[in-house]
Design a protein around this ligand. Structure first.
Ligand code: SF4
Length: 180
């Protein structure tokens, strides 16, 4: 998933990218005590429809850290150096982002015979993609969620994600320094 405010992608250098969502983050759960309940205290619904909106169509960034780059390189049976040269680009301030096709699609976004858009490196997709749509930029205000849901048909449908899961995704992105 790309980060691209105000919808999905971000705008350089503030944007990032998301991938065909399929949120499956299973990191540590941490609930913040002592703060007012957020507007999404009862949880949020999301199940990816694999439309591909979030990973294509307009320029964006998918940030990678070293461990994620190494995991992707191993998955693709390439050296880290080969992977960096072939599949990443300079995102400024020492950060690397996945390359895009000329049409703006993520290089790893593919269309299967059933018409579904799928991530070609789904198993090793970066945290930014794993945590969509539970990004700070999407849940800061309920209106942000509403705006994001206009381009992501998976939001407000399907699986219910309770508050601790949402908070875990937010925390993980924060700890990773992802401004999404
Ligand atoms: S449903 Fe949402 S998360 Fe899934 S591919 Fe479409 S825009 Fe991306």
């Amino acid at each position: 998933m790309r980060d691209a405010k105000p919808s999905h992608r971000i705008i350089p250098p503030a944007i990032e990218r998301r991938e065909p969502g399929c949120f499956d983050y299973k990191g540590p759960i941490q609930v913040t005590d002592g703060l007012p309940e957020p507007w999404y205290a009862t949880g949020l619904k999301f199940t990816c429809t694999q439309c591909g909106n979030c990973c294509g169509g307009a320029p964006g960034y998918v940030w990678l850290d070293e461990a994620e780059s190494a995991a992707m390189a191993a998955h693709l049976e390439m050296s880290i150096e080969q992977f960096a040269k072939k599949h990443t680009r300079d995102g400024g301030r020492g950060r690397r982002s996945l390359r895009e096709k000329r049409n703006g699609d993520c290089e790893f976004l593919r269309t299967d015979p059933d018409g579904k858009k799928r991530c070609g490196i789904y198993e090793v997709r970066p945290l930014q993609c794993r945590t969509w749509p539970f990004w700070q930029s999407n849940v800061q205000h309920e209106s942000d969620w509403v705006i994001a849901s206009r381009s992501c048909p998976g939001m407000n449908k399907g699986q219910h994600h309770p508050l601790p899961v949402i908070q875990a995704a937010l925390l993980k992105n924060h700890q990773a320094g992802l401004r999404v």
